[in-house]
Design a binder for this molecule. Structure first.
Ligand code: CAA
Length: 383
């Protein structure tokens, strides 16, 4: 398909880029070093309308399209991948299922403050025994009168413990597989809902990631999202969109590393000329630029399909898999161009190289993306 961004998209890019350069870039190294969350920047993102970009104005959103959202994640990630995923996990994972499957009362109560950036959202699917095999969920929710009792736990949850609102998946009917899983909206602060330690991660250290622990948490019946048994489909549909966010994050990280490498290749002189004019480096830059262009087209076209309300699960898996694979290659090449200097702490390319790695792992490993793509190509196997 043909695809082009509009003037409005590019104006939004300029606005988010200016914000990222001014409010995030100067602190990115410190956030990484101190494993610190950019609370002030996230608050400002809310004030700028970035936390509800692709949602209708009637729910407190900005009423923009999915490409605008992808551009915002990309531009934040261009300076700091951690800040990029805070927006992505909030918008795609924490907010979208409430927008898509919530009833009017749930939207008024939860969606509006999420879109306005007054509350931060998160998504609780992964468990110790249910990672790639998300259908192996063991957390349980047992109906008792007017409420469910939630027990179990979730690991690797982006935005926890900072987030206020969690979309959590739990088994309501045991022994029937994925059709026995339901989705719930769970609030931070409820009795029995606690957090494990903040993980000490290799990269995206400005984003917070923690374990969720549920001990007899009382979840009112009205916080069931969708119908009982629809949870797995809600999770899968949410991840279809989430993967556009991670693809955008990977693209932004790679773009940031590429730009740093180009600048360095223009200024670093060896053998009597800037190294970018040495064919070995020039060819690397050419390959990096080509990969970035391919990734950007895949990401925006998946976003465009989502916006058009046509099937986009295969395309979002392709975008996520490709953009994250090339983010590893591009950040690696950028660091190689910097040589020993790039290997030093404090250099953006060193941080970006570490930040890129997670994009091939979370919201479905790239092996799972290939499972998804192949299943779209082949359909279900014969019985
Ligand atoms: N949309 C809607 N429904 C879907 C769907 C989709 N994209 N994909 C599957 N389904 C439905 C199927 O149609 C099927 O429905 P029926 O029961 O009616 O037949 C049902 O779901 C089960 O489907 P499968 O048999 O294909 O399910 P599976 O158990 O084989 O799993 C999988 C498929 C693709 C491997 C899936 O388990 C998966 O995506 N795993 C990866 C999970 C993942 O991405 N986890 C990351 C969590 S978020 C995170 O990383 C943390 C963070 O905070 C950032």
């Amino acid at each position: 398909m043909l695809f082009q961004t509009t003037q409005a998209h590019e104006e939004l890019r300029a606005k988010v880029r200016a914000f990222a350069e001014e409010a995030v870039k100067p602190i990115a190294f410190m956030l990484d070093q101190q494993n610190d969350f950019p609370a002030e920047a996230v608050k400002q993102m809310g004030e700028m309308g970035l936390m509800g970009l692709p949602y209708p104005k009637e729910y407190g959103g900005a009423g923009l399209d999915v490409i605008s959202y992808a551009i915002a994640v990309e531009e934040l990630s261009r300076v700091d991948g951690g800040t990029g995923v805070i927006l992505s996990a909030h918008t795609s994972l924490g907010t979208w299922p409430i927008f898509a499957f919530g009833n009017e009362a749930q939207k008024k109560k939860y969606l509006v403050p999420l879109c306005k950036g007054e509350k931060l959202g998160a998504f609780g699917l992964t468990e110790p025994n249910a990672g790639s095999d998300a259908g192996g969920t063991e957390t349980t929710a047992v109906l008792k009168g007017d409420h469910y009792v939630l027990n179990g736990g979730k690991i690797f949850i982006t935005n926890a413990p900072k987030a206020d609102t969690y979309v959590v998946f739990a088994v309501t009917t045991p022994d029937i597989g994925t059709r026995g899983i339901s989705a719930f909206i769970v609030e931070k602060g409820w009795k029995g809902f606690e957090f494990g330690d903040h993980y000490d991660k290799m990269g995206i250290r400005s984003s917070s990631t923690a374990e969720l622990i549920f001990n007899d948490v009382i979840v009112p019946k009205e916080n069931l999202l969708g119908k009982e048994g629809e949870g797995f489909k809600i999770a899968m549909a949410t991840l279809d969109g989430g993967r556009i966010g991670i693809a955008s994050q990977a693209l932004g990280i790679a773009q940031g590393a590429y730009e740093a490498a180009v600048d360095y290749a223009k200024e670093r002189v060896q053998f009597g000329k800037p190294i970018g004019f040495q064919q070995a480096i020039g060819f690397k830059l050419a390959d990096m630029a080509t990969k970035l262009r391919c990734a950007r087209l895949l990401v925006y076209s998946a976003a465009d399909l989502k916006e058009a309300h046509v099937p986009y699960g295969m395309e979002s898996a392709m975008a996520k898999q490709y953009a994250s694979d090339i983010a590893l290659e591009v950040t690696n090449d950028a660091l190689q161009i910097f040589g020993g200097t790039g290997y030093l702490k404090g250099m953006d390319v060193e941080r970006m190289y570490r930040d890129a790695k997670i994009t091939t792992i979370y919201e479905g490993t790239n092996e799972i993306q290939r499972v998804v793509i192949a299943s779209h190509i082949m359909g279900k196997p014969p019985k």
